[in-house]
Structure formats: structure tokens, C-alpha cells
Write a protein that binds this ligand. Structure first.
Ligand code: SF4
Length: 364
């Protein structure tokens, strides 16, 4: 492929891909509309790499990237000029199954990228329904309202779906995130219960994601339950940006996150704890790079992803970061990762291992 892959993926993830008017038999049905965290994406394979690209939001509808169908081949085009063949991962077999109580498996967990099983164990969040506390980029309630998921996935349901996804589709690791149910364990207790049930049924590496709990003893309990890696997501680092974009979550101070990171690294290991940083929410290049440097120095993998404005959220019309801004972040954070020999490939499970929502791993 005669193109710069770093440049292409960075640009596709900031500008998106025009796709919405294509019939599903041409483009498949695997996408993420709504849901917790980054969303409105679709998995696309380009030159052996699977990436998540925004397709359902307003940015994507203006993108210079589109696809052309030439007989059975899908061709990515830039300003209507062919640049690379692409493909969409096919719908997984486990999507055809239902639980004994009649719930389709795809309402319990989804395939992300091509080999990750992802679920939001609690699809409600104490912060979400109040404008003064909600995270303005989040769409956790949208998929519930649209009946594309259920509010609470039971440990038994999760174990059943995970076993089928491994057996039928060769899924390699699992990500469990959660809305924040309370201000004490902040979801760690329920994630622990779910992990225990899953690991009793199938041997799959698991990442859990939650806010830092009030008592760090939860890290040991999570690990003992079979959780291999932990994500505690800052999203933004500048205190002013945090207060403006996610007032509720910002009530947990940055310094508390750093205390939690240090304790979690002792339990899960160096490089097995990670955080999300959404570039484009307002953090400057310098803030992002300095924060990543601090995170890496204590053993935390900083998974920097471009902020994608999700339709239906308060930030639906907030601009996505520019390709140039993302490229600079990736180059500088990639150099810091290289210097510390921290690599996404060494992570046992989770978003940073999957890497599909960011181009960062191409810069490590
Ligand atoms: S990086 Fe995380 S959110 Fe993105 S596709 Fe992979 S598992 Fe899903």
C-alpha cells in the first residue's frame, strides 16, 4: 500500500468516513452507536490493521473519505480517488444466540475491533441523568433507550456470552466497563463479581474499567477474581477542562487518580494499568504530553484517543481534534513509550491492548 499508514489512520479517526447511506449488506452491521465512552464508530480493516473509525456522527458526514464498491471489493477513497482496499469484520457467530431467558447475546456484549468482547456491565450511571454532573461526551444511556442493550448484565449472562464468543469466534480478550453506581466502590464490587463468574466458565484475559474506588483493597479483590488489567480513565487532565466537561467525575481529584494508579500498579503490574485520555476535549498538547510522561513513569499506559463528538450528546457539535494535533500527540507520547519500553503488545487485555480506537500503537 503506497500510503503512510500512521497518517491515514490518524486522519480517518479524526475526520471519519462517509458511510451512513450504504445498505447494511454492503458494509456489514458491526458498529457502535451510542454506549459508554468513545462511540459512533465502525471497525474497518486496512492493510492488516483493524481500527475503529467514526461513521455515525456529524463529522463523518462531512468527511473527504468514502468507500466505493468495485464488484465484491471495497475501496477506500479520498476525495473520490481510490487509495486502499478495505474490509469490514463480519458479524460474529455469537450474535445469533439468545440466553435461556430470551435476551440476544448482542445485547449483553459486543465484538469490538475483530477479537475483543466488550460490555458495559451496568448501563446506568449516577452521574449521567443530571446535566450538572454528567460527562458531556458520554452516550451510556442512548443504547439503553434504543433497546440495544439491557441495564444490568448478570454475571451468569456474561459468563455464557464470553464462553460462546471464545468458542465460536476466537475472541482473545474481554473489556468490562461500567457506569458509576455509587461513590464508594464505584463499580469495582460488581466488576469483581462478574469476573469471578466469567473466569469460572472460560479462560479469557479480562480488563475491568471503573473510577478509582474509595478503598484500594478492591484492586486485590479484583485481581483475585481474575481481572488481569485495570483501566481508570482520566479522559482529561487539565482541572479546568475536567470541571467544564465532566463536573461529576472531576469531583474525584486528579491527585486521587494518581494515588490509585500507583496502588493499582503494585497489584496488576507495570504497564498493566491504563487510562484513557480524550485528545480534543480542551487539554493542550503540553498538558497531554506532560500527563502521559507522569503516567508512564509510574507504570500506567496512557491510551490517548481522538475525541469523537457523538450525536445526541451535549458535545455533539464540539469539533474533533485536527489530524496535525493528533499526529503531534502520538509522536511525542510514542517517543515516551519507546523510551520506557512500554508497549501495548505486552498488555494482557483491554482497550490499550486492542488499540483500535487510536493510532498510538503505530507510534510506539
Ligand atoms: S480500543 Fe477499547 S473501545 Fe476501542 S475497539 Fe478496542 S476495546 Fe473497543
Amino acid at each position: 500500500m503506497n500510503i503512510n499508514k500512521q497518517q491515514l489512520i490518524t486522519e480517518l479517526q479524526t475526520k471519519g468516513l462517509q458511510l451512513v447511506d450504504r445498505p447494511s449488506e454492503q458494509i456489514g452491521t458491526n458498529g457502535r452507536k451510542g454506549g459508554a465512552g468513545p462511540s459512533d464508530h465502525k471497525a474497518i480493516a486496512i492493510d492488516g490493521t483493524t481500527v475503529m473509525v467514526p461513521v455515525f456522527n456529524s463529522v463523518a458526514s462531512q468527511s473527504p473519505y468514502s468507500i466505493n464498491i468495485d464488484q465484491d471489493d471495497l475501496i477506500l477513497q479520498l476525495d473520490e480517488k481510490a487509495i486502499a482496499p478495505i474490509s469490514f469484520p463480519k458479524s460474529p457467530n455469537f450474535y445469533n444466540l439468545t440466553t435461556s431467558d430470551g435476551i440476544p447475546y448482542w445485547k449483553i456484549a459486543l465484538l469490538h475491533s475483530h477479537d475483543v468482547l466488550a460490555t458495559t456491565v451496568l448501563q446506568t450511571c449516577m452521574r449521567y441523568n443530571h446535566t450538572e454532573t454528567s460527562c458531556q461526551f458520554c452516550a451510556i444511556g442512548q443504547s439503553l433507550e434504543a433497546d440495544r442493550t439491557i441495564a444490568r448484565k448478570t454475571p451468569t449472562q456474561l459468563a455464557e456470552v464470553a464462553e460462546a464468543a471464545v468458542r465460536l469466534d476466537g475472541v482473545k480478550n474481554m473489556v468490562m466497563t461500567t457506569g458509576t453506581p455509587n461513590i464508594s466502590d464505584r463499580g469495582a464490587a460488581y466488576l469483581t463479581e462478574c469476573a469471578k463468574a466469567i473466569k469460572a466458565k472460560v479462560d479469557i484475559p479480562i480488563q475491568a474499567q471503573c473510577e478509582p474506588p474509595d478503598d484500594f483493597i478492591w484492586f486485590e479483590r479484583m485481581k483475585a477474581a481474575g481481572i488481569d488489567t485495570l483501566g481508570m480513565h482520566l479522559e482529561a487532565a487539565d482541572p479546568q477542562v475536567r470541571a467544564k466537561i465532566m463536573a461529576g467525575k472531576a469531583s474525584v481529584p486528579l491527585e486521587y487518580y494518581f494515588e490509585a494508579f500507583a496502588e493499582a500498579v503494585k497489584v496488576f503490574g507495570w504497564g498493566q494499568v491504563s487510562t484513557y485520555l480524550l485528545a480534543g476535549l480542551g487539554d493542550s498538547l503540553e498538558t497531554l504530553v506532560t500527563t502521559c510522561d507522569r503516567l508512564i513513569s509510574i507504570g500506567v499506559y496512557p491510551f490517548v484517543v481522538p475525541f469523537v463528538p457523538i450525536s445526541g450528546t451535549p458535545l455533539a457539535n464540539h469539533p474533533a481534534p485536527s489530524t496535525e494535533f493528533m499526529f503531534s500527540v502520538y509522536e511525542q507520547v510514542g517517543a515516551l513509550l519507546k523510551r520506557s519500553q512500554m508497549s501495548s503488545a505486552d498488555i494482557k487485555a483491554g482497550c490499550a491492548k486492542c488499540g483500535a480506537c487510536s493510532a498510538l500503537s503505530l507510534f510506539e
